[in-house]
Ligand binder design. Structure first.
Ligand SMILES: C[S@@+](CC[C@H](N)C(=O)[O-])C[C@H]1O[C@@H](n2cnc3c(N)ncnc32)[C@H](O)[C@@H]1O
Length: 220
């Protein structure tokens, strides 16, 4: 198994954020919403999405659960500009959706406040993955639901290149390069299991849900 090679945490380059915001994530993002319905169901209170990027998952959750407030946190203002633009096009969601600039660890978030915490494709960016798990412990209500999806690291660079060819065909080169680097930076399911143990989150389990994605689900 190849060693993890980290990439920069924030996606705050203008070209990088624009390419990401313009990419077609219909399949993985609608899969995430299906998994949310399956593992979490209708949330009983506010939801936080950590590393929300251009906000597509936040807006999908807000449409799906019309009673619920959803907050998206990201450390890249360039990404949040796309999220705010998308929210501006849906005025009916505006009273319930908020995009917050901040990085984990250390973002100014209320303690014990969220009934569910989600995150998609953030974990592999973090140089110290405990930043995500400690944030979840701090902001989640006791018993809150957690749903975290991310890539997992393939066995070697050739396997990573095959995944990029299979799912990134026709995408701009900047996105294909980010995708390849993300696969090399990702964790294995065993590594994530060990992070959860170290974080004191025994109610969270790791499952492999596609040929490139793992899912962490359960209750705090
Ligand atoms: C690959 S994008 C995923 C965006 C979104 N969750 C999605 O599924 O499309 C990862 C996002 O995490 C953000 N990010 C990376 N490290 C972060 C940190 N330490 N704190 C907050 N956001 C971070 C990046 O700026 C980027 O917008």
């Amino acid at each position: 198994m190849m060693e993890r090679i980290t990439e920069p945490e924030l996606m705050d380059g203008a070209d990088q954020a624009a390419a990401y915001a313009g990419a077609d994530f219909e399949e993985p993002n609608s899969h995430f919403i299906q998994l949310f319905a399956e593992y979490v169901g209708a949330p009983s209170g506010p939801v936080l999405d950590v590393g929300c990027g251009p906000g597509d998952i936040v807006l999908r959750l807000a449409r799906q659960y019309p009673e619920v407030a959803i907050h998206g946190l990201d450390g890249a203002d360039t990404m949040l500009a796309f999220a705010r633009e998308a929210l501006a096009a849906e005025p009916e969601l505006q009273p319930r959706v908020e995009f917050v600039l901040g990085t984990v660890p250390g973002a100014a978030l209320p303690a014990d406040a969220y009934a569910a915490v989600t995150s998609n494709s953030l974990l592999h960016h973090l140089h110290d993955p405990m930043a995500l798990w400690q944030t979840i412990r701090a902001v989640a209500q006791p018993g809150a639901a957690v749903l975290v999806m991310d890539l997992f690291r393939p066995a070697d660079r050739a396997a990573a290149a095959r995944i990029v060819d299979a799912y990134g065909a026709g995408e701009p080169e900047i996105l294909r390069t980010d995708f390849f680097n993300s696969l090399l930076a990702a964790f294995t399911p065993d590594e994530v299991q060990e992070q959860l143990r170290a974080a004191g989150l025994p109610g969270l389990k790791v499952a492999v849900v596609s040929d490139r994605h793992l899912l962490v689900h359960g209750r705090v």
